[in-house]
Design a binder for this molecule. Structure first.
Ligand code: GLC
Length: 491
C-alpha cells in the first residue's frame, strides 16, 4: 500500500470512528415521542401546582392579545441580557390608520395588521459588570436613571406615561404588575432581589430618581421576554399562540384556556385564556430525560454553575452549544481521532468557543465540494495558527469531523425546540398555529429556523391532528411586546 493510500485510509477510518462515537447526538423520532410525552406530563404538573413542579408554567396575567384598539404613547424597558433597552412608541388605533405617518403606513404593509406602532425612539446601554453582582438597589437605580434619562431626551410631557417592563428571569406573578423573582439566571446575581417583588423595587428606584420635569412613569405591567414575543407576534399574525426565544438562553410561552389552568381556579371571566410562561428550560431537572443525554451533556452539567438545573436549556441554548462542541472535540482528541491526538491550548479553557463560530461552520454543507471553507475560517478564529500543530493548515479529515459534530449538536438543539413546540401545539385547539420567535441563535444561524420547520413537518406526518405551523420572526419582540402589553392595560 502506498503511503498516500495509507494516509487516506487512516483519515477515512477517523471519520468513521468520529461518526460512530457522536451518533449519540442524534435523537430518533421514536425517542422524541417519549420526550414529548414526558414534557407534556411536566406541563400538566406545572399547570396544577407551581410548588410541586419543575417546569413551572408561570401565570403571566396577560390574557388579552392586541386588537387594534391600543392607542397613545407608551414606554417599554427590557432587562434580560447584558444590556438594558428602552423604547418609546405611539400606537394608532385601526380606525385612525388614514392619519398615520408615511413610514407608519409602510410598516403596516409589511407587518402589523391591527392598528399600527410608530417607533419614536429607542436606546440601549451596556450594564456595567459590577452591577451584575452588586445589590438590587444598585441595579434598579441604574435602570431607573437610564429610563428617566430616556424620558428627558424625548421631552416627555404630561402627567403620566405607562411603562411595560420586560424582565426575563423566572418570577412568580400574582398580578400583571407584580413579580417575585424566584432565582437569577444568566449572568445576574444581585443581592436582595430573590424573593422580592421586582416591580416594587423598580418603583422605589424610580421614586428616588424622580425629577419634577418629567412625567410620572407608571409601571403597569411586567412580563417575560417570551410573553413579549408572543404579544408582538399576535400583532403581526392573528394565529400567533406561541412565543419562543432561542438565544443565549431559551424558553417558550403559549396561550392556555383558563379551564385547563388548575392552579388558577378563581377566574373564568372573559377572555377565558392566559399566556403561560412555561420556563421549559427547566424540563429534565428531575432527571426524566437523563436517558437522552450524552456523556458530554452530563459532563457539562456536572461542571456547570447551576448543577442539575436548566437541563433542557443546556441541550438547546447558544450559551451551551459551543461548550458541548469543545467537550466532544476533547474526547475525539484523547482518542487520537482529531488533531493527531494533540490538544490545542484553546480547547482547555471552558466556554472558550463562541456561538457565532458554530453558525459560521454550519454555513458549509455536508456534501461540500469546496472543502469546507467557512469551517476552516472559523477554525482559524478559534485556534492560534502559530501553533506548530497547524503549520500546514487544517487536515481535511479534522475539518470534516468538526463540521459533522458541530452540525449534530446544533441540529439536535433545533430538534428539541421543534419537539417542545409540537408538544405545546397539542394543547392548543387551533389548527393553524403561528409561532413568534426571537433570539440570536434562531435568528442569526443560517439554517436553524429551517431545521425547526423541517422537524415540525416530520412530526406532523405521524400525528393524528395535522396542525399547520408558521414561524414568524418577532424582532425585539420582548421590547415591543412590553409596550403593547402596557397599551393593552391602558386600553
Ligand atoms: C431563561 C429565563 C427565562 C427566559 C429565557 C430566555 O431561561 O429563565 O425567563 O425567558 O432565559 O431569555
Amino acid at each position: 500500500m502506498s503511503s498516500d493510500h495509507k494516509e487516506s485510509s487512516y483519515k477515512q477510518k477517523n471519520i468513521e470512528l468520529a461518526d460512530l462515537l457522536t451518533k449519540q447526538l442524534i435523537v430518533s423520532n421514536e425517542d422524541f415521542e417519549k420526550v414529548s410525552a414526558l414534557l407534556s406530563k411536566e406541563f400538566d404538573r406545572g399547570l396544577r401546582s407551581t410548588e410541586d413542579s419543575f417546569v413551572k408554567m408561570y401565570l403571566t396575567y396577560v390574557r388579552s392579545l392586541p386588537n387594534g384598539e391600543e392607542n397613545g404613547r407608551f414606554l417599554a424597558l427590557d432587562l434580560g441580557g447584558t444590556n438594558v433597552r428602552a423604547l418609546l412608541v405611539e400606537f394608532h388605533r385601526s380606525q385612525s390608520e388614514s392619519s398615520a405617518t408615511e413610514s407608519n403606513q409602510k410598516q403596516q404593509q409589511q407587518e402589523p395588521q391591527k392598528g399600527s406602532i410608530e417607533i419614536i425612539d429607542s436606546s440601549i446601554e451596556t450594564i456595567p459588570t459590577e452591577i451584575f453582582h452588586g445589590t438590587g438597589e444598585q441595579l434598579f437605580d441604574f435602570i431607573a436613571e437610564f429610563i428617566i434619562e430616556f424620558a428627558f431626551r424625548n421631552k416627555l410631557t404630561g402627567e403620566r406615561i405607562a411603562l411595560g417592563f420586560s424582565f426575563s428571569f423566572p418570577s412568580i406573578q400574582k398580578g400583571i404588575a407584580e413579580a417575585t423573582l424566584v432565582t437569577w439566571t444568566k449572568t445576574f446575581n444581585c443581592s436582595g432581589v430573590v424573593g422580592c417583588d421586582v416591580v416594587r423595587l423598580f418603583k422605589a428606584s424610580l421614586e428616588r430618581k424622580a425629577h419634577p420635569s418629567i412625567p410620572f412613569i407608571d409601571v403597569v405591567a411586567i412580563l417575560n421576554d417570551t410573553t413579549g414575543t408572543l404579544i408582538y407576534g399576535a400583532l403581526l399574525d392573528e394565529n400567533c399562540r406561541i412565543g419562543l426565544i432561542v438565544g443565549t438562553a431559551s424558553n417558550a410561552c403559549y396561550v392556555e384556556h383558563s379551564s385547563r389552568i388548575e392552579k388558577w381556579p378563581s377566574n373564568y371571566n372573559d377572555p377565558e385564556q392566559m399566556i403561560i410562561n412555561c420556563e421549559c428550560g427547566a424540563f429534565g431537572d428531575n432527571y426524566v430525560i437523563d436517558w437522552a443525554l450524552t456523556c458530554w451533556d452530563r459532563q457539562l452539567n456536572y461542571e456547570s454553575l447551576n448543577l442539575n438545573k436548566q437541563i433542557h436549556e443546556k441541550l438547546i441554548s447558544g450559551m451551551y452549544l459551543p461548550e458541548l462542541l469543545r467537550r466532544c472535540l476533547l474526547t475525539l482528541i484523547e482518542l487520537g481521532i482529531v488533531f493527531n491526538g494533540k490538544t490545542p491550548i484553546e480547547l482547555l479553557q471552558p466556554y472558550s468557543i463562541r456561538t457565532r463560530y458554530m453558525s459560521h461552520i454550519d454555513q458549509d454543507d455536508e456534501n461540500d465540494k469546496n472543502n469546507f471553507p467557512n469551517t476552516r475560517i472559523a477554525l482559524t478564529n478559534i485556534f492560534n495558527m502559530k501553533n506548530p500543530l497547524f503549520k500546514n493548515g487544517f487536515n481535511d479529515s479534522d475539518v470534516k469531523i468538526i463540521h459533522m459534530i458541530n452540525r449534530r449538536i446544533t441540529k439536535r438543539s433545533a430538534n428539541f425546540v421543534a419537539n417542545a413546540l409540537r408538544t405545546l401545539a397539542n394543547r392548543i385547539d387551533n389548527i393553524d398555529i403561528s409561532i413568534a420567535y426571537d433570539g440570536s441563535l434562531i435568528c442569526l444561524h443560517p439554517h436553524y429556523r429551517c431545521w425547526v420547520e423541517e422537524k415540525l413537518n416530520e412530526f406532523i406526518k405521524t400525528s393524528e391532528i395535522k396542525k399547520r405551523f408558521r414561524l414568524i420572526r418577532a424582532n425585539d419582540g420582548s421590547l415591543y411586546g412590553a409596550a403593547i402589553v402596557a397599551a393593552i392595560c391602558d386600553r
